[in-house]
Design a protein around this ligand. Structure first.
Ligand SMILES: Cc1cc2nc3c(=O)[nH]c(=O)nc-3n(C[C@H](O)[C@H](O)[C@H](O)COP(=O)(O)OP(=O)(O)OC[C@H]3O[C@@H](n4cnc5c(N)ncnc54)[C@H](O)[C@@H]3O)c2cc1C
Length: 512
C-alpha cells in the first residue's frame, strides 16, 4: 500500500467523524442534561434513534427480537435490558454516538461479541446504552507488509478463515466466536502463546475513536504511548474501530483432545507439570488441562505437523487413565483447531476468575484439593452446575516475545518466568442461586490465592481476558505500567468520558 493511501486511511475517518459530529451538535445544542441515569439513557436512546433510525434497537422492539437473541452475551448474567443497542457501521458513526453520549451524559458500554462474562463490561441495564460493534466487520490485507486490517466487529473464526484463504495466519483466540477486540485489548492468550507471545503483541496499529469524537491512529511510530497502553489496557482510552494485525505464512497445526478419569488427578497434574517444563525448550507446543468433576480434558496442541509425537507430550502418553479421545489426532490449521475445540454450551450463568502462579506440582495438588472441597458444597452436575478449572501453561519465552518484537512492548508487565494461568469457571443454570455460587467462587478464590501466596508462588499478573470484575487487574501490571496507563488515559480522554460514563471494565477509576 502506498504511503499516501496509508496516510489517507489513518485520517479519512477523522474527517468523516468531524463532519457528522458537527451536524449532530448543531441539532442538539439546545438540549439540557436530564437529571437521572434512566432519563439520560432514554435521552441518548431517543437521539440515537432520530440520528440512526433502525440501527438503534431496544429490548422490546418487535424487530429487535432477532437482534437480542442473536447478539445475546455468552453468560446470561449479562442478559440485561439496556436502554438501546446501537450498531454503527463506521468509525464516524461511533464518533457521533460518543457525542450523543457525552451530550446526554448517558452511561454506556461497548460490545464486540459479548463474550466477557463480567456484568457491566459489555452490557448495561436500562440506565445505559450499548454501542455494539458487530457491523464493523471490514477486512483487508496488505500483501507488501503482511498486515491484516480488521474491523472491531470481527470474530477470530471469521479472521482465521478469511486469512487462511490467502495462505496466512494470525495468532488469535482458541475459540471461533470470541471477538478480536476484547481479546486484543485484554492482552489475549492465543492457542500458541509461547510461539509469538500474546494477542496484543500481534497488533501493529489501532484506529481509535476518542472521547472527544476524534478518530486517531496509533502504532509503534505514531502516538506510541497510546499504542502501548492499548496492548492490555482495555477500554480506558477510546473505542477501537480497527486492528492492524501482523500475519505469518499459513501455520500448520496438529492437535488432539482426550478425556481422562478424574480420580487419576495426581498423575495428570504430574504430567502437566512435566510437559510444561519441556515446553520451555519447544515454543511450538501448547496444552491445556481442564478439570471437571466427571472427567479431565487434556488438549495437546502443536504448531506444526510432525510425523513423530513431540517429546513434550510424552508425560501425557504415560497416563493409563484415558477414557476416550474426543478430538482424534488431526493435522489442520488454526481455524480447524478453533472449530475442533470450540463448543456451544447451553445458555447459563457463568462466573470466572484467574490466578497466575509459578509452576509447582505440590501447589497444583493443593489447589486441586481446595477445588474438590468447594465443589462438594455445590449442587450436583446433573442440574448443570459445573465448577471446573484449567491449567494454562505459559513459558518465559511468551513473556519475552512481546518485549522483543520491535514494537515497544505491551502494558501487561509479564515476568519472564515459567508460569501457569489458572482459570476457574463456574457454570450454573439460569435459575441457580447466585449467592450460593458467588460464595463458592469467593471461597475458592481466597483459598487458592492464599495457598499460592504462602508458598511464595503467586504472581501479581492476572490476565484481563480471564479475570473477574473484582480482581485488581491493572495493579497486576506493575506500578510503572499503572502510571503509564493513568497518564495515557488522562492525555487521550481529557474529559474522562471512558472513566465517568463507561459502565464497567478494568478502569483507571477503580484503581484502589
Ligand atoms: C468460550 C470462550 C473462549 C475463550 N477463549 C479465550 C482464549 O483462548 N484466550 C483468551 O485470552 N481469552 C479467551 N476468552 C476470554 C475472552 O477473550 C474475553 O472474554 C474477551 O473479553 C472477549 O472479548 P469480546 O470482544 O469477545 O467480548 P466483549 O464482551 O464484547 O468485550 C470485552 C471487553 O472489551 C471491551 N471492548 C470490546 N470491544 C472494544 C473496542 N472495540 N474498543 C474498546 N473496548 C472494547 C468491552 O467493553 C468489554 O469490556 C474466551 C472466552 C470464552 C467465553
Amino acid at each position: 500500500m502506498s504511503a499516501l493511501l496509508k496516510l489517507f486511511r489513518s485520517t479519512e475517518t477523522h474527517f468523516l467523524s468531524a463532519t457528522k459530529h458537527s451536524l449532530f451538535l448543531r441539532r442538539s445544542s439546545t438540549m439540557s442534561v436530564p437529571k437521572t441515569d434512566l432519563e439520560r439513557a432514554a435521552a441518548a436512546r431517543d437521539l440515537l434513534k432520530s440520528t440512526f433510525g433502525q440501527r438503534v434497537t431496544t429490548f422490546d422492539d418487535a424487530a429487535s427480537g432477532p437482534y437480542v437473541a442473536l447478539r445475546a452475551p455468552w453468560s446470561t448474567t449479562c442478559h440485561t435490558r439496556s436502554a438501546a443497542y446501537f450498531q454503527p457501521v463506521s468509525p464516524a458513526e461511533v464518533s457521533t454516538a460518543l457525542s450523543i453520549i457525552t451530550k446526554t451524559q448517558s452511561k454506556f458500554a461497548v460490545r464486540a461479541t459479548g463474550h466477557n462474562p463480567n456484568p457491566g463490561f459489555s452490557s448495561t441495564h436500562e440506565d445505559g446504552v450499548i454501542i455494539d460493534l458487530h457491523r464493523l466487520d471490514t477486512k483487508s490485507f496488505d500483501e507488501e507488509t503482511g498486515i491484516a486490517s480488521v474491523g472491531a466487529g470481527n470474530t477470530w473464526g471469521e479472521v482465521y478463515t478469511w486469512l487462511e484463504g490467502k495462505g496466512r495466519s494470525v495468532m488469535g483466540g482458541r475459540y471461533e466466536e470470541i471477538g478480536v477486540a476484547g481479546f486484543c485489548l485484554g492482552g489475549g492468550m492465543p492457542g500458541f502463546v509461547n510461539l509469538r507471545g500474546m494477542g496484543c503483541d500481534q497488533v501493529r496499529g489501532f484506529e481509535v475513536v476518542l472521547g472527544d469524537g476524534n478518530t486517531v491512529y496509533c502504532s509503534a511510530h505514531v502516538r506510541p504511548d497510546l499504542y502501548r497502553a492499548l496492548k492490555g489496557g482495555g477500554s480506558n482510552f477510546g473505542v477501537v474501530t480497527r486492528f492492524d494485525l501482523q500475519t505469518y505464512p499459513l501455520l500448520k497445526t496438529q492437535y488432539t483432545v482426550s478425556l481422562y478419569k478424574p480420580d487419576d488427578y495426581a498423575n495428570i497434574i504430574r504430567a502437566s507439570v512435566d510437559a510444561h517444563k519441556e515446553m520451555e525448550h519447544d515454543p511450538k507446543a501448547a496444552y491445556f488441562t481442564n478439570v471437571h468433576r466427571d472427567f479431565v480434558a487434556i488438549g495437546q496442541l502443536y504448531a506444526d505437523t510432525p510425523k513423530e509425537e513431540p517429546k513434550v507430550f510424552e508425560p501425557f502418553k504415560k497416563l493409563d487413565s484415558m477414557l476416550a479421545p474426543v478430538v482424534p489426532k488431526t493435522d489442520g490449521t488454526l481455524s480447524t483447531l478453533a472449530q475442533a475445540i470450540g463448543h456451544r454450551p447451553p445458555k447459563g450463568k457463568r462466573v470466572i476468575f484467574t490466578i497466575s502462579t509459578k509452576v509447582d506440582q505440590d501447589l497444583y495438588l493443593a489447589i486441586h484439593n481446595i477445588w474438590q472441597d468447594v465443589t462438594a458444597t455445590l449442587p450436583s452436575s446433573a442440574d448443570g452446575t459445573d465448577l471446573h478449572y484449567t491449567i494454562q501453561p505459559v513459558t518465559a519465552a511468551a513473556a519475552r516475545a512481546g518485549r522483543d518484537n520491535g514494537t515497544g512492548g505491551n502494558a501487561l508487565g509479564l515476568k519472564e518466568v515459567s508460569q501457569n494461568w489458572y482459570v476457574f469457571t463456574l457454570e450454573y443454570p439460569k435459575n441457580g442461586h447466585d449467592s450460593v455460587h458467588r460464595t463458592a467462587m469467593d471461597s475458592i478464590y481466597e483459598q487458592v490465592k492464599k495457598t499460592a501466596e504462602d508458598k511464595g508462588l503467586l504472581l501479581d499478573f492476572v490476565c484481563p481476558t480471564f479475570a473477574d470484575k473484582r480482581q485488581d487487574v491493572l495493579r497486576g501490571f506493575g506500578e510503572e505500567n499503572v502510571g503509564m496507563i493513568k497518564e495515557v488515559a488522562a492525555k487521550y480522554d481529557g474529559h474522562g468520558v471512558f472513566q465517568k460514563l463507561q459502565y464497567g471494565g478494568f478502569l483507571v477509576r477503580d484503581l484502589l
